[in-house]
Structure formats: structure tokens, C-alpha cells
Design a protein around this ligand. Structure first.
Ligand SMILES: NC(=O)c1ccc[n+]([C@@H]2O[C@H](COP(=O)([O-])OP(=O)(O)OC[C@H]3O[C@@H](n4cnc5c(N)ncnc54)[C@H](OP(=O)(O)O)[C@@H]3O)[C@@H](O)[C@H]2O)c1
Length: 317
């Protein structure tokens, strides 16, 4: 009986493995547009897809980032300046993409651009702090998608949205987790709506990786700046000792970051090139073994685990 069951499970994984290895044809004719290619995952993905022969259209925030990328890639790859918070910029870039892809349409849209700061306990922040992140990480994703969707539909292509494992488990205050939960929700409704048009939507959920977004110094500076701006009442409730332990805790998170970014870009590449892409990709061992399982645990248990493992104003008294 057990042997029979094990055989069935083995067969299921074998079939799944075989199915997931099927690659779409004519990759060299396919256009992929990626946001946030100056650094990190976006930059590596642009180089990786270029090497594989796809036609990469790379959105960069700065001319310096664009120039560096062009110097590292083939003539096939083209760059354009895109700030995902600027509606007019998005319209101009959409026209630029349309001129390049023509009747073929856009095979892949990768919404990768994102920011993590300001990040601190909720009560330390203002509405503007929340809006800053939501503007890039959520409204930016939505507006770029809505603008480029007709071109993706034409190609019966793919939308790949970079969320985070923090879009499944809210461990951080501020706009970051909220924005990533929003990306998950947007992607779910989009996937269901676009299914009849033959467009597939995938979500990437990385754990913690060493990129610009997780830079320890930037996080510490941000914490000090926000603390200085908080009201005397908040300062009294949390106290300086808590700030110090929070800064120390932020420093330890840096050590947990994985430096092999291709664990993430390989998932993005699979979502763009496989005949049968997954709906969700969790990238990194911390995401797979810690955060994703934690997200299925009872809330009270997760709350206790978080309380025991993170600094608290009461413990710091
Ligand atoms: N690293 C992680 O641990 C991790 C984990 C989960 C999810 N993610 C997500 O992965 C994505 C990529 O981040 P990353 O880790 O590769 O960090 P990164 O190196 O900082 O890359 C983010 C990119 O987005 C660009 N960007 C920032 N604001 C923008 C705007 N308004 N318009 C267009 N581009 C903008 C940045 O440009 P500048 O460099 O010029 O600012 C940068 O090139 C983000 O969505 C992030 O939330 C990262």
C-alpha cells in the first residue's frame, strides 16, 4: 500500500518535472519589457534574457544605470528611462514599446521596480511615508500593467509581477508589506480576467536577498531619520533603547540575505519561457522553508514567534 502511494507521488513529480521543462518556441522573436533594470533582480534578468537571445526592452530609472546595462549586453537590448510613478512617462514608454514590438505584441511584462524605504514601526510614520512606497510598488505596477496590457494581449503573452514573501506574511511596519499584499491581490484578479485571452500571470515571491533594497546602511540611516521626526509622545512610548535594539536587529537581517540573485531571476525566466509557467514562485530557502510555511500557521502562533524573536519596546525598558 505504502509502496503504491510512494510510486504515485513519484510519478506525479516526474510528470510535473517533465511538463515544467517544456519551453515556448521562437524565443529570439519575443520582446520582454522589464521595469527597474538599473540594479538587482531587474538588471540581472535583463542580462540573463539577453544572453538567451530574447529581445529585452529595459526600463531604467537613471541614464547612468541604462548606460551601464547597455555596455554589458548585446545590441539587441534597448533601454528606456522609466519612473513608474510618472503617468506621462509611462505613456511615452508604452508608445516606445509599441513602435518596437509592432504586430507581434509584447510577449513579457516584468513589473520589478520597487523600493523598501521608509520602513519602521507603523506608528513612527506618516501617511506620506506609506504613500511613497505604495506609489512605486503598487500603483506603479498597476499603471504600467494597464498601459501595456493591450500589447501583451496581442502576443498572448505573460505578466510577471515581483511581489515578496512579505506579501504573504506581514512582518514589517510601513507600506512595504501592504504594497506586496496589494501586488498579490492585483495579480490574482488579473490572472483570472486574462485567462480567456490566453495571457498568463505569474507572481514572484523572493525571500531576503542582497540587493540595493536590503542595504543595511540605508536601513539604519532611514530608521534614525524617522525616529528623529517622531513626536515626543511616540519617543516616550518606545524609548531610545528600543531604537538601539531595533537598529541592531536590522543589522542581523543583513546577514540572513542570500547573495545568489539567480535563484530569483531563474524563476522569472521560467515564468517567461516555460509553456506551463507556475502561478507563484517562492525564491530562496528562507521563503520556502520559513516564511511560506509560517504564513499557513495559526495567527496566534505566528504572533508569539514574532514577539519572541524580535525587539519590543517592553523588553527594551
Ligand atoms: N532584495 C530582496 O530581498 C527582495 C525581496 C523580495 C522582493 N523584492 C522585490 O524585488 C524587486 C527588485 O528589487 P531589488 O531587490 O532588485 O532591489 P534594487 O536593486 O533596489 O532594484 C530595484 C530597482 O527599482 C528601481 N526603482 C526604484 N524606484 C523606481 C521608480 N519609481 N521607477 C522605476 N524604477 C524604480 C531602482 O532604481 P535605483 O537603484 O536607481 O533606485 C532599482 O533599479 C522589488 O520589487 C522588490 O520589492 C526584493
Amino acid at each position: 500500500m505504502w509502496l503504491y502511494l510512494m510510486g504515485l507521488i513519484g510519478l506525479y513529480y516526474l510528470l510535473r518535472w517533465y511538463r515544467e521543462r517544456q519551453v515556448v518556441s521562437n524565443l529570439r522573436d519575443k520582446y520582454i519589457f522589464i521595469t527597474g533594470c538599473d540594479s538587482g533582480f531587474g538588471n540581472l534578468l535583463a542580462r540573463q534574457l539577453d544572453l538567451r537571445g530574447l529581445r529585452v526592452l529595459a526600463g531604467c530609472l537613471t541614464e547612468q544605470g541604462a548606460e551601464q546595462l547597455r555596455n554589458q549586453t548585446s545590441n539587441r537590448l534597448e533601454t528606456v528611462i522609466l519612473d513608474v510613478t510618472q503617468t506621462e512617462n509611462i505613456s511615452t514608454v508604452t508608445q516606445w514599446v509599441k513602435e518596437r514590438v509592432g504586430d507581434r505584441g509584447l510577449w513579457g511584462l516584468v513589473n520589478n521596480a520597487g523600493i523598501a524605504l521608509p520602513l519602521a514601526p507603523n506608528e513612527w510614520m506618516t501617511k506620506q511615508d506609506f504613500m511613497k512606497i505604495l506609489d512605486v510598488n503598487l500603483l506603479g505596477v498597476i499603471e504600467v500593467t494597464l498601459s501595456l496590457l493591450p500589447l501583451v494581449r496581442k502576443a498572448k503573452g505573460r505578466v510577471v509581477n515581483v511581489a515578496s514573501i512579505m506579501g504573504r506574511l506581514s512582518l514589517l511596519g510601513g507600506g512595504y508589506c501592504i504594497s506586496k499584499y496589494g501586488v498579490e491581490a492585483f495579480s490574482d484578479s488579473l490572472r483570472r480576467e486574462l485567462f480567456p485571452f490566453g495571457v498568463k500571470v505569474a507572481v514572484i515571491e523572493p525571500g531576503f536577498f542582497k540587493t540595493g533594497i536590503t542595504d543595511k546602511e540605508k536601513h539604519v540611516q532611514n530608521l534614525r531619520k524617522i525616529w528623529d521626526q517622531t513626536s515626543p509622545e511616540v519617543k516616550k512610548a518606545y524609548n531610545k533603547k528600543f531604537l538601539d535594539s531595533y537598529i541592531k536587529y536590522t543589522g542581523t537581517m543583513d546577514k540572513m540575505c542570500e547573495s545568489n540573485l539567480s535563484l530569483v531571476t531563474d524563476c522569472m525566466e521560467h515564468a517567461l519561457t516555460a509553456c506551463y509557467p507556475r502561478t507563484r514562485y517562492s525564491a530562496g530557502w528562507d521563503a520556502k522553508l520559513v516564511y511560506l510555511p509560517m504564513s499557513y500557521l495559526p495567527t496566534a502562533l505566528v504572533d508569539t514567534m514574532v514577539y519572541l524573536n524580535s525587539p519590543s519596546p517592553v523588553k527594551a525598558q
